[in-house]
Design a protein around this ligand. Structure first.
Ligand code: NAD
Length: 276
């Protein structure tokens, strides 16, 4: 196990990517505390992983909730080695011209308060304990932290902002605490839209043909399973393999940044050419 006896706090750990990270970190020997607003899923996970997972029902928009989650991790597991700021929502690609004038203020506040302020508050709450443990922070970004078209104006801006949070914190907290990020591409999860725009019952994984998008849109040409994203978090959390990483981003999105013009993938005929 690569994370033996680490105490890890993850926000948004009750579903999707966060839940897969919890399962992987437990398999690597860690204890996990989860801050999430989904009470039912938290209760289910505490039953499933009895004694190794502690759940706190709360909203990442509250500093008090983030502080309570850090206290829970320290009380239950004796310390805090790693914070994963992962909770987030999406905006269903809503464009500048389509953002309704009547809802633009509330929509901006909702998305930025969860995605960006939520990450800032978790980092604020966790830093004293992380300094004591010489620990690390990992932010979940997105392809939208680098490229347009993976969300609308609000989501793309929030993920670019979170890249800034990561870099500034990596500077400010060095050499005590390493701060890095993972920027995944599309994953079929329950990722929700904005309540202020009536999108909060929709989930990206069941609502959009992600498999079709990725088949033609990225060089690796397939929709990965959520578990395939978790190794990047293990690497960055590891005191051995991640020891030299701070201010780094692992971009795992099927190759959005290396798309070609004549064809998305340059090597589509290679398997045939080298077949034995
Ligand atoms: P998900 O909805 O399956 O999981 C997100 C979790 O966060 C849920 O359990 C939800 O209850 C929780 N959450 C949301 N708002 C919260 C709040 N205000 N307070 C407390 N908990 C809250 O979605 P996911 O796809 O697993 O998203 C996890 C992260 O991955 C997000 O930051 C998202 O932006 C990022 N991401 C997702 C994709 C994708 O295609 N699904 C791609 C790139 C990045």
């Amino acid at each position: 196990p690569q994370l033996d006896q680490q105490s890890v706090l993850i926000t948004g750990g009750a579903s999707g990517l966060g839940r897969a990270i919890v399962a992987r970190f437990l398999a690597e020997g860690a204890h996990v505390t989860i801050l999430d607003r989904n009470a039912d899923a938290l209760a289910e996970m505490e039953r499933e992983y009895e004694g190794r997972v502690a759940g706190l029902i709360g909203d990442v928009r509250s500093l008090a909730a983030n502080e309570a989650a850090v206290s829970l991790a320290c009380d239950r597991f004796g310390k805090l080695d790693c914070l994963i700021a992962n909770a987030g929502i999406w905006d269903y690609d809503v464009s500048l011209v389509d953002l309704p004038a009547s809802a633009i203020d509330a929509a901006f506040d909702e998305l930025f308060s969860i995605n960006t302020k939520g990450s800032l508050l978790a980092m604020k709450a966790a830093t004293p304990a992380l300094v004591r443990a010489t620990g690390s922070i990992i932010l979940t970004l997105s392809n939208a932290a680098f490229y347009p078209g993976g969300g609308g104006m609000l989501y793309t801006a929030s993920k670019h902002a979170n890249l800034g949070l990561m870099r500034q914190a990596a500077y400010e907290l060095a050499p005590s605490v390493r701060v890095n990020a993972v920027a995944p591409g599309a994953i079929a999860t329950n990722l929700r839209g904005l309540a202020t725009l009536g999108q909060d019952k929709r989930a990206i994984g069941s609502d959009l043909p992600l498999e079709e998008y990725l088949k033609v849109g990225v060089p690796l040409a397939r929709l990965p399973d959520v578990a395939e994203f978790t190794g990047a978090y293990v690497l960055l959390a590891s005191r051995k393999d991640g020891a030299v990483a701070t201010g780094a981003v692992i971009q795992i999105d099927g190759g959005i940044g290396v798309r070609g013009l004549a064809g998305v993938s340059g090597g589509t005929s290679l398997a045939e050419r080298f077949a034995e």
